[in-house]
Design a protein around this ligand. Sequence first.
Ligand SMILES: [Zn+2]
Length: 327
Amino acid sequence: MTRWTYSKGLHDLGNGCHAWLQPDGTWGYSNAGLVVDGKDCLLVDTLFDLPLTREMLAGMRRAVPQAARIDTLVNTHSNGDHTFGNQLVEGAQIIAARGCAEEMAERPAETFQAMMANWRTMGEAGAFLHEVMGARFDFRNIVHTPPTQVFNGEMSVRVGGKEVRLVEVGPAHTRGDVIVYVPQDRVVFTGDILFVGGHPVVWAGPVSNWIKACDLMLSWDIETVVPGHGPITDKKGVRDLKQYLEFILVEARKRYDAGMSDADAVRDIAWDAFRDWTDPERVFVNVAAAYRDFRADGKPLDVMRLFTLMAQAHNARKAACGHGHAH
Ligand SMILES: [Zn+2]
């Protein structure tokens, strides 16, 4: 099953498809992809800061001369760990779902940068954000670089003689999630529709939409799946995540119907099946997202409340383990 090693850097998937991996896939450590045919080159996502993106582009150019000029960049969604390096892919058209472009405009890199710089004013949530993101990345000099072409639904791009299908499956992880499918190579780059070995985060939902996205991928003839975070997988990784989302819907529903709060539901649910997954504090977001689906009132999640709950869970886990780092 572990045909691919999970090490930092470029991995040749064959037929001109490549993945750039960043273990261990926790907050901000995302994967990217490269599809090459003839002289043409398509990049799937940039990274969280400029130094990391620069290092990735240099690594791609060393292995793949065509990457010196990337014609097309696809942003799978709006989160900074997939878009903050956009400005370094000079001259490329940038394609994304309309919902992705909207979120990027609402929360430009500069706003995020300012929030990270002011973490001390945001209590426990701020300290957590600083620990898991602010202190690990270099957010200087990032300039908001939005998509140049947006779409809804599906579009097809040609890379040399190859067809690359961009399929919008959100809202799920965010408002505009796109997966990048190369049918002739049986490869899919999922963006954050797939996390492997770590808890996903349901920022947008509905959860049922995300399950549909898993079913769609499972219906395709694919053999190599590059997740947004975590090691390269195949359909097993997709099945595991689908099961996780179904588990959340079932367990959260019982407790919602019993009148339990979302935070109490998180503490009550037995998460043993996912004991080895990174970032377990994210269950607070995911159960809150399921509750919102049940209420169907369309109210956005209270992100600061959820970051505070995540911070408390994260700190409690660190204290329990007694040596200052998180498992
Ligand atoms: Zn991500």
